[in-house]
Design a protein around this ligand. Structure first.
Ligand SMILES: Nc1ncnc2c1ncn2[C@@H]1O[C@H](COP(=O)(O)OP(=O)(O)OP(=O)(O)O)[C@@H](O)[C@H]1O
Length: 262
């Protein structure tokens, strides 16, 4: 088993805004976004296309600067990428010429050989891919490749795992399986998880909280605590009540009548 982080620190985001400057214009992608996330919690972020979800995740990752507002992880201010944060993208982004083991180890430079071997082994086990160390990405299914991407993001034992639509390219059944897997991994690793998704059921199934964003400019519209026991039953009346509440943030009953017939 991979050792859990001793103490997971809270994230304090903003208030921050983000403007993308183009040659002849600018886009206000985020406006006055403030978000505190408890260490070790699972937070889902949902919102329409272009509301700034990926921008927010990239700022937390240190891949993108904000217009000046702070992001703090515990006592540290985040200004650039760091090993305390892992990132999983929608596409797996594995290097096709490297084996699964080498892909997982890619960011592990400077550690003793034994430590590298142990971490690869532990993380292959963590994502259920023992026996695939020497396989190449082209030999894996979409779900398996995304498991490798998750292992690669976790191998440096980050405090925060940032997941940007990680299951968006998977078929519906694999997606459900991966949702269960990510909960198991969360339980073992005790990492703070921040998931961007377009899928309302996925947001409710996974999140301790669901953050609903709205667009133009991107702001936080609503924050919902999902106080349902785990494992969650997607067909339960309580689950469906959460789904209805989130649908209401996007559509009126007249616009999406079927969403309300539950
Ligand atoms: N590199 C960039 N340069 C200029 N504008 C950008 C850039 N990245 C994002 N934007 C703009 O910022 C806004 C927010 O984009 P972002 O990708 O964060 O939204 P999103 O909610 O993740 O969208 P989607 O759900 O479609 O992935 C959009 O209007 C987008 O066009």
């Amino acid at each position: 088993m991979v050792a859990a982080t001793a103490r997971i620190e809270d994230l304090r985001i903003g208030p921050l805004s983000k403007t993308y400057r183009l040659s002849a214009s600018s886009v206000l992608a985020l406006k006055d976004v403030s978000l505190d996330i408890a260490g070790g919690s699972f937070v889902s972020i949902i919102g329409s296309s272009g509301c700034g979800k990926s921008t927010l995740l990239r700022i937390i990752a240190g891949l993108e600067p904000s217009d000046g507002g702070p992001v703090r992880l515990g006592g540290r201010t985040i200004e650039r990428p760091g090993l305390d944060r892992g990132f999983v993208f929608q596409e797996h982004r594995l290097l096709p010429w490297l084996t699964v083991a080498a892909n997982i180890a890619f960011g592990l430079k400077g550690l003793p050989k034994d430590e590298i071997r142990d971490r690869i082994e532990a993380h292959l086990k963590l994502v259920g891919l023992e026996g695939f160390a020497n396989a190449y990405p082209a030999q894996l299914s979409g779900g398996m490749a995304q498991r490798v991407a998750i292992a690669r993001a976790l191998v440096n034992k980050p405090e925060v795992l940032l997941l940007d639509e990680p299951f968006g390219a998977l078929d519906a059944l694999t997606r459900i399986q991966m949702q269960q897997e990510i909960l198991r991994i969360w339980d073992v690793e005790q990492t703070t998880m921040i998931l961007v998704t377009h899928d309302i059921d996925e947001a409710i199934f996974l999140g301790d909280e669901v953050i609903v964003m709205s667009a133009r400019p991107g702001t936080i519209k609503k924050r919902l605590s999902v106080n349902l026991p785990r494992p969650r039953d997607r067909t339960s009346a309580d689950f469906l009540a959460f789904r209805r509440e989130i649908y209401r943030e996007f559509f009126t009953e007249a616009e999406a009548p079927f969403a309300y017939v539950i």
